[in-house]
Design a protein around this ligand. Structure first.
Ligand SMILES: [Zn+2]
Length: 338
């Protein structure tokens, strides 16, 4: 017959087994072993009647205590497993939940691509302030005060000599002042003009300007660099056409067209059946601009170009309304996710 010590030892072992049980089945096995009709504790309680009074009291008390301790421990363990079961209904065969993925704005994508293309040719990136002084925005770029060319750019004046830059070319004036030739720089950024907002024009737009200054730089170098860029950006079979133009900071100045990349020059709605697309403005840096920055225009020459990022993005993606870029309609932006 079991004694008190044995009952206590059995209880300790059973409680620890319940504690570490991981499944309802394991708990039920312990319950059957000790508390069922033929279980260990039940058998002891059944045999109490055969014991002498003194022993019956001690064994009976120990067995009853063991039964209630084990019963409450089993109940707690069953509840614990039931609550775990609720949150661990893991089914690894279910399809996953996709996280929403963001996308770069098409302007950012095109600007990055333009910069990468020139960086591969050895151009370094320079940036300047959006709020510019009249000097860097105009005067240092050969727009003297009262020069009619200032009317070409409808300017937002802030106060005094401060303006919102109308192009990214002022960064060229700043770099020219600080560095010595050779210089090979591109300047991406935002520009602002007081334009009536329409499908073709906006008061905010982006440019990537670039320039090179060294000894003996000619228009042939400009054409070579732009041809290499266009082949990289628009495809190997692109053709270029230069038309004379005017910018105060370049002399001579040109506008460059490329053969329409959609119809290859045959004529289509994108190129308005012209076969060519206007892409950028460029020219040889005006000697006055070099002299104003302290470089000898007899010794150094340079070229400069400016690319409208919106223009390229509209052509590339077939977008017909520039306002779509700034409305931040998620349905529009989502189309450029890739
Ligand atoms: Zn075309």
């Amino acid at each position: 017959m079991a004694d008190v010590q044995e009952i206590e030892q059995m209880l300790a072992e059973a409680l620890s087994a319940v504690e570490s049980a991981a499944t309802p089945q394991e708990i039920d096995d312990i319950r059957i072993r000790h508390l069922s009709r033929k279980g260990y504790i039940t058998s002891i309680l059944k045999s109490l009647k055969d014991l002498p009074v003194e022993k019956r009291k001690k064994i009976g008390a120990a067995a009853n205590k063991a039964r209630s301790a084990l019963e409450s421990s089993i109940k707690a363990a069953q509840e614990r497993l039931a609550s775990v079961k609720g949150i661990s209904t893991l089914d690894p065969t279910l399809p996953g939940i996709a996280s929403p993925v963001g996308a770069l704005h098409p302007i950012t994508t095109v600007m990055n691509r333009l910069c990468e293309s020139f960086e591969r040719m050895g151009f370094a990136i320079a940036r300047g302030p959006d709020v510019e002084t009249d000097y860097y925005n105009f005067e240092a770029l050969n727009f003297p005060p009262d020069h009619p060319a200032r009317d070409m750019q409808d300017t937002f004046y802030i106060e005094g000599e401060k303006v919102l830059r109308t192009h990214t070319t002022p960064v060229q004036a700043r770099v020219l002042e600080k560095m010595k030739p050779p210089m090979k720089i591109i300047m991406p950024g935002k520009c602002y003009r007081n334009e009536t907002i329409s499908a073709r024009a906006h008061c905010i737009f982006h440019q990537v300007d670039g320039f090179l200054v060294d000894e003996g730089v000619t228009m042939a170098d400009l054409k070579g660099a732009l041809y290499a860029f266009c082949k990289d950006f628009f495809g190997e079979d692109v053709r270029l056409k230069f038309r004379t133009s005017f910018f105060p900071f370049t002399e001579p100045s040109a506008e460059m067209d490329i053969s329409c990349f959609l119809c290859k020059g045959k004529g289509c709605p994108l190129c308005k059946h012209y076969g060519w697309l206007e892409i950028l403005g460029c020219g040889m840096i005006d000697p006055n601009v070099l002299a104003l920055a302290g470089h000898d225009p007899e010794k150094y020459t340079g070229y400069a170009f400016g690319i409208g990022v919106e223009r390229i993005a509209m052509l590339k993606y077939g977008i017909t309304d520039i306002r779509l870029f700034y409305e931040n309609d998620v349905r529009f932006i989502r189309q450029f996710r890739s």
